[in-house]
Design a protein around this ligand. Sequence first.
Ligand code: ADP
Ligand code: ZN
Length: 650
Amino acid sequence: MSEDKKNQPKKIKINAFWIYGAISLILLAFILNTEAPKSNEYSLTKFKELVRNQNDIKNIEIVPNMHLANIYLTDEAQKKEAYKKFQPKKNFSFSAKQPNFSVKFLDIQNFENFLDSELKEGKTFEYSSKPQDTTFYDILGSILPFVLIIGVWIFIMKRMSGGAGGGPGGQMFNIGKSKAKLFDEKGEIKVTFKDVAGLEGAKEEVEEIVDFLKNPDKYTALGGKIPKGALLVGLPGTGKTLLAKAVAGEAKVPFFSLSGSDFVEMFVGVGASRVRDLFKKAKEKSPSIIFIDEIDAIGKARGKNAMSGSNDERENTLNQLLTEMDGFGSKHNVIVLAATNRADVLDKALLRAGRFDRQIYVDLPDVRERKEIFEVHLRPLKLKVGLDVEFLAKQTPGFSGADIANICNEAALIAARNNKKEIEKQDFLDAVDRVIGGLEKKNKIITLSEKKAIAFHEAGHATVSWMLEHASPLVKVTIVPRGNSLGAAWYLPEERMIVRPEQMLDEMCATMGGRAAEKVIFNQISTGALSDLEKATKQARGMVTFYGLSEKLGNVTYYDSSGQENYGFSKPYSEKTAELIDSEISDIIEKQYTRAIDILESHKDKLTTLAELLLEKEVIFKDDLENIFGKRPFVKEMPVSKKEDKKEEE
Ligand code: ADP
Ligand code: ZN
């Protein structure tokens, strides 16, 4: 800063000089204020673990517009060795207290739900939500917004005149600089394909990219163009980041990693200049890889939600990204990998040839892949000999790689807590339960009659799903209360996609089986079926309005793949159709409810046996069900691969 002052020409008008100086100071303070916590960022998964396992947090300050939460530790925790590196940074910010670290999240609702559920668990932190850091406002008073607006305005003007190189403002405050993390040869992170378990198809596809990076000449010699981008599509935690890192590790090239939301800031024009900066850096280090996580944060289809002006900034950022991708020629071997869990909401311009024209699907792992992932994450653990990894894989349907990594770690913690010398099967089972359902509620008071109702409810689900050909096979039933649920029946649904109406209806019937059992046994129903009803209703609505599976409505869908599902004020159907939809949904559900009741009436004895067993053992597995019902009369469908399912679906 002082450098800059010295460089000011002497004859500059004193007024302008002071205004400039003041604005610079304010901006600097602001940036220090908002940027400083970010340097101590914690991953969301780790944060959740921390909240679950420790009670070290005093206060959480959510900054919704930045998808960020500032975390303040308790005074005792501040002293702990483990948090040494999270001591607040000393800086010249006006803010009185600094958070220890911050966490980024995608969806505030999910985040708050998580906090709420932890509070219910008996954690003692507080959280609050404010759009900006108020301490900053406290000090500078209410004039600040105005000053800021003017400051930002001047700042933008400077940037605009400063051009692509970034004006003095940009260099001074670093705000236009990308926040990409760079991992290069010197970096400590060395991931190769060996660390990525399963994902054979995806690995094969990225293999080619590795080859491009290693031997570009081989491809360009024949006049071919090196691809510029590939999109990794898959649910969170399936290993997209890991895969991208492995590509960089295999090709031995620098790897720039950042998240789509890092581009988006309150200032206009910042996103675009960050993109510019990122590409500039990547080109300097070429060949290199840029990895943009959560690209949907900037890449959502443009021109939607025309009502809110905030989209302009995102659009600018997206446009800049497109320009950069088109801009670099074949002499720059920069490959952009991006990750998303919804390719369908992305702007079509992003997916055009020469941009992200390759889509690589990263699916949830199947049994075999889960076993491999377990093996990767079990490697560093001290295990009891003869641990059945296959059993663990079978017990974790629908789990992502990240979940499995989490389970392995959790199991080690559980074993340590019980002062064990090695980790055994039971620790893993406890970890699984914990990862899905949250902590066991040891002290939750449940009366005997409530417990009985829960047992019959869960037994109802289990019985109905056992009797129906297309319902998902059951893995486990429990009446141990966890998190928000009083009991649960786990199925194996993720191994196949539901495509036929019979399957959907059977599924729904099993979902209604809980309430049906309460009705059959006690002749009364309860509020315990709320989430079941929600699930069934959503499914029925999907059948009617999305998949064209309702007789009365026929082959229409009101689904909009361009991401505009949120109809807002205007529904794409008439009032009359709306009524029809409602009555169809209710018909479908009622039919399945009655069907579940019929099934349970005719198997009342087995239902009772099962419920009693549940009351006694609290947790039962598939084998116990087989003892009661005999072998399931239906041949279990072989899990079909996801790719085929997708085709059928389209
Ligand atoms: P995504 O980017 O898809 O959200 P990540 O790549 O960040 O997921 O995965 C998070 C963690 O989960 C990884 O660091 C790794 O420990 C674990 N993981 C996920 N998938 C795999 C896999 N296929 N093999 C091994 N570990 C995995
Ligand atoms: Zn239920």
